[in-house]
Write a protein that binds this ligand. Structure first.
Ligand SMILES: [Zn+2]
Length: 441
């Protein structure tokens, strides 16, 4: 688990943290340059050369991999003493971060890693601690009511003690594994990764299922008929943000006033993020309170956002609502986490055509975004459009857990399977039966 606490470094500590971030950024960029050079040197055709320029690198020079770059650090420190100022493990993490980004590009299909400009490297990871770096008692247990801060502090290598606001205690039995120091909107935070040796089993499917449809018009709709509107406060804050950004734009870059205004904008961004996160957590807890299994669409929201923006570019209302309700991905992650914490089952289902299907009979009911009511021609089922997709998601969720062969409820719902997929799901349930028989023997 990750707990985030606010920390209060003094001026000297703050300066060295910023300096370290910059050094890590330079190391990151240097590593990326090596990778880019290597790639460019291999781009040349076998039989011809470019007229303009050509990268020359020995044909057998190996790829600058993670291990190679990490091993190069000690020598690099002799040439650039600046590198030595940063705790070596923290510096190594910068290189590791680069290679995580590279792997993400190679394997998952994320974008090519980018150079980081000044100020874009905002966190430092301290990966290892010999002893518990957090010291001091949680203030409420100590009975200290007058000050917000207790004497608690976190001890970091080369920095010493930094006061920390332990607004909640680190639970007993947990060990601090990693600490990430984050600079956000001129606030400093410590993300403390704590681990416990207890093996937590994943929640098994049980009880009342809820299908959740997340949308633009409404924030979410559940299969139980609960509709939650997109939060208004975000829209209000967005317009405020716009105003602040316009003021920032008018300031002279790198002037004192520009810096002040930049912090104002960053603070507001920070507030918006926090408010949205809080809203997401509350919604997730409400879902967990209402049911025992939560199903959501497995959807790549980035492509959705792109598609939506492309289609409705002229409709400024839609764009505004998209901006205001952005962060579906975060909501899904948070819901997953809350479900895990509260022992509820979380499932992701195939999102294809959930809004075009009738939850009662499985017929396809074509409707575009403007149609807000689901009215099935086949069986006459009428419901709110989003509630209908919530129901479809719930049905698919039941199907999902039954085909996984995890529980005995599959037969009860097997007749509710969806039109076109009947033959397919039959074959699925047959194979499931085979599996259970084998496991019985
Ligand atoms: Zn129908």
């Amino acid at each position: 688990m990750n707990y985030r606490y606010r920390i209060y470094p003094n001026l000297i500590q703050e300066q060295s943290l910023k300096e370290w971030m910059n050094v890590c950024r330079v190391a990151y960029n240097y590593g990326l340059r090596e990778i880019k050079d290597w790639c460019n040197s291999r781009k040349c055709m076998v039989d011809r050369c470019s007229i303009v320029h050509e990268y020359i690198m020995a044909a057998d020079s190996p790829f600058p991999g993670e291990v190679k770059q990490l091993n190069a650090l000690p020598n690099a420190k002799k040439v650039f003493p600046r590198l030595g100022e940063v705790p070596s493990q923290v510096l190594q993490q910068a290189i590791k971060q680069l290679h995580r980004a590279w792997d993400g590009f190679q394997k998952i299909g994320h974008g090519f890693p980018r150079f980081k400009k000044f100020g874009q490297f905002k966190s430092l990871l301290f990966p290892q601690f010999k002893q518990n770096p957090v010291d001091g008692v949680h203030f409420s247990t100590r009975g200290c009511a007058n000050g917000k801060l207790s004497a608690a502090h976190i001890t970091l290598p080369k920095l010493g003690m930094i006061p920390i606001n332990l607004h909640r205690p680190i639970p007993s039995g947990f060990v601090v594994k990693q600490v990430r120091i984050i600079n956000k909107a001129d606030f400093w935070y410590a993300d403390i990764n704590i681990q416990c040796d207890v093996n937590v089993p994943n929640p098994m499917p049980h009880g009342h299922p809820i299908g959740v449809d997340v949308g633009l018009e409404k924030f979410l709709a559940t299969s139980d008929g609960v509709l939650v509107k997109s939060p208004k406060f975000l829209k209000v804050m967005q317009s405020k943000l716009k105003l602040l950004q316009r003021r920032l734009y008018r300031k002279k870059k790198r002037s004192n006033n520009y810096e002040k205004q930049r912090i104002k904008v960053a603070r507001l961004h920070h507030t918006i993020d926090n408010t949205r996160k809080d809203f997401h957590f509350k919604q997730a807890h409400a879902l967990c309170g209402a049911g025992d299994m939560v199903f959501m669409e497995a959807l790549d929201y980035r492509t959705l956002a792109k598609g939506m923006l492309g289609k409705q570019m002229l409709d400024s209302e839609a764009v505004a609502s998209l901006r205001a309700s952005a962060g579906f991905g975060q909501f899904r992650t948070i819901t997953k986490y809350v479900c895990w914490k509260r022992g509820k089952f979380f499932g992701e289902i195939n999102a294809l055509g959930t809004s075009q299907e009738c939850p009662e009979c499985g017929a396809t009911v074509k409707k575009d975004l403007s149609v807000r009511v689901h009215h099935c021609q086949e069986c006459g089922f009428i419901a709110d459009r989003d509630v209908a997709s919530g129901l479809v998601i719930r049905n698919r969720g039941r199907e999902l857990i039954s085909t996984d062969g995890q529980s005995g409820i599959q037969n009860a719902y097997a007749d509710g399977l969806l039109g076109a997929e009947v033959s397919q799901s039959r074959s699925k349930s047959k194979t499931r039966k085979g599996v259970t028989r084998k496991s019985l023997k």
